[in-house]
Design a protein around this ligand. Structure first.
Ligand code: NAD
Ligand code: USQ
Length: 386
């Protein structure tokens, strides 16, 4: 199978590219290295030392039978470059990770808000247009987010993407199926909600085959493939803009820095390990069924209340917990009931967070603490505008 991985130099994309290549896919990575550039602008870096994309690919191609090729293309600005590549490579599948993925970064300033909106939406439209133009049989797998649902109202098991609905117009009732109402909590999450409408449009209009994976917060670092050589090491974001909550707690525990809880800590969030992310991409790319509408799968394995996670990590590491004034505008006491029904049906074997895993991750992170900059830990991007 020929698979184009957009955003394949990033955290989830790199792990997934290697998994697919190892499983026999011909993998082509497209990335404009903007994530590395943002690190330089923010004067921070991955906690783990990551090699250049060329070094990563050189090493992988030495140890793996299937070779990976890399193309540096800005998908939002260079439609011709992307379109030419899709025409030339003739992929069966395109896996799309190439978006600005940090909620705090997307709320930092008017510039970062506009960058997130234009980068994410134009990137997506360019990919969809090129597929519709070149070969409607290409399967597009996009990484969306559980956050499109919002974290305010789900007291019931969240359905995967769609609700059966009754619409009331005066005394008439229309029975229909609608996308789960969107309630994004940041400009970044808003772009993911808008992506859903782009998919619905291109599927209705041109019959494209699309899977949207609504992924939860990813934790962990390496996968079975990135562990094969030190040059393949995956990135580890811990800073206030790009670090996500569980990996931040793990890094903070290793550093004996108080675990930073935003507000009450009663927020519940969905989680998935990076190895399971790569599993899900493989499963989705091998799924041939059900393309009469956009396939939406909830890509998580478990949910946790943040304060409970912090207490668990604190009991292992003896680290303090610090409640900070919440820099975000968010419900600090939500419920969330969600399961990866569709992905389990496709064969996902969930990896659950355990005490052993946490101890192992903390030990792993300790090797790189010299690279940590304590000044970069606190989240400074605020949702409030003034
Ligand atoms: P990442 O920032 O590490 O990777 C994204 C990659 O896309 C980067 O390498 C970046 O350089 C590239 N990219 C961005 N814009 C591009 C453009 N215009 N042209 C070419 N390349 C471009 O992010 P990640 O954590 O790997 O996330 C990947 C996807 O998964 C994102 O769409 C994100 O929204 C989604 N997701 C991530 C998480 C998580 O916890 N990390 C959770 C849920 C969903
Ligand atoms: N939080 C803390 N302390 C911290 C950092 C975060 O309490 O030190 C809190 C936040 O306030 C929030 C929750 O933890 O309530 C999650 O924050 P996060 O930064 O881990 O995750 P989020 O901003 O939601 O974004 C991340 C990824 C994004 C992905 C999303 C999945 O960056 O790409 O889409 O997780 S989901 O949460 O399902 O929307």
């Amino acid at each position: 199978m020929r698979t184009l991985i957009l955003g394949g130099d990033g955290f989830c994309g790199w792990a997934s590219a290697l998994r697919l290549s190892r499983k026999g896919h011909d993998v082509y990575i497209v990335d404009n290295l903007s994530r590395r550039k943002i690190d330089r602008i923010l004067k921070t870096k991955s906690l783990t030392p990551i090699k250049s994309i060329n070094q990563r690919i050189y090493t992988w191609n030495k140890i793996n039978k299937k070779k990976i090729k890399f193309y540096n293309i800005d998908i939002s600005k260079d439609f011709k470059g992307l379109d030419y590549l899709i025409k030339k490579i003739k992929p069966d599948t395109i896996v799309h990770f190439a978006e600005q993925r940090s909620a705090p970064y997307s709320m930092k300033s008017i510039e970062s808000r506009n960058y997130t909106i234009t980068n994410n939406l134009i990137t997506n439209n360019n990919v969809l247009y090129s597929i519709a133009k070149n070969n409607k049989k290409i399967h597009l797998i996009h990484l969306g987010t559980m956050g499109v649902y919002g974290y305010d109202f789900s007291k019931y098991l969240i359905p995967e993407g769609y609700y059966k609905a009754k619409l009331f117009i005066k005394s008439n009732v229309i029975n229909t199926k609608i996308l789960h109402p969107a309630s994004p909590g940041s400009i970044y999450h808003l772009t993911k909600a808008q992506d859903e409408l782009l998919f619905q449009f291109y599927q209705n209009m041109y019959g494209l085959k699309i899977t949207d994976l609504h992924q939860g917060v990813v934790w962990g670092t390496n996968t079975n493939e990135t562990l094969l050589h030190k040059d393949l090491c995956n990135r580890y974001d811990y800073d206030g803009d790009y670090g996500t909550v569980l990996n931040r707690f793990i890094m903070q525990a290793a550093l004996k820095f108080p675990l930073t809880i935003h507000g009450s800590g009663n927020q519940v969030r969905p989680f998935i390990n990076i190895n399971n992310t790569a599993d899900c991409i493989l499963l989705a790319s091998e799924n041939k069924k059900r393309f009469n509408k956009v396939n939406i799968f909830n890509q998580l394995t478990e949910t946790h209340r943040l304060i409970n996670l912090a207490k668990k990590i604190s009991s292992i590491s003896n680290c303090k917990i610090q409640h900070l004034k919440n820099p975000r505008i968010e419900n600090e006491n939500n419920t969330l009931i969600a399961k990866p029904m569709g992905l389990i049906e496709l064969g996902l074997k969930p990896i659950y967070l355990s005490k052993d895993f946490l101890i192992k991750e903390i030990e792993f992170v300790k090797k790189y603490l010299k690279r940590a900059d304590k000044k970069k830990i606190l989240a400074k991007s605020k949702w409030k505008i003034n």
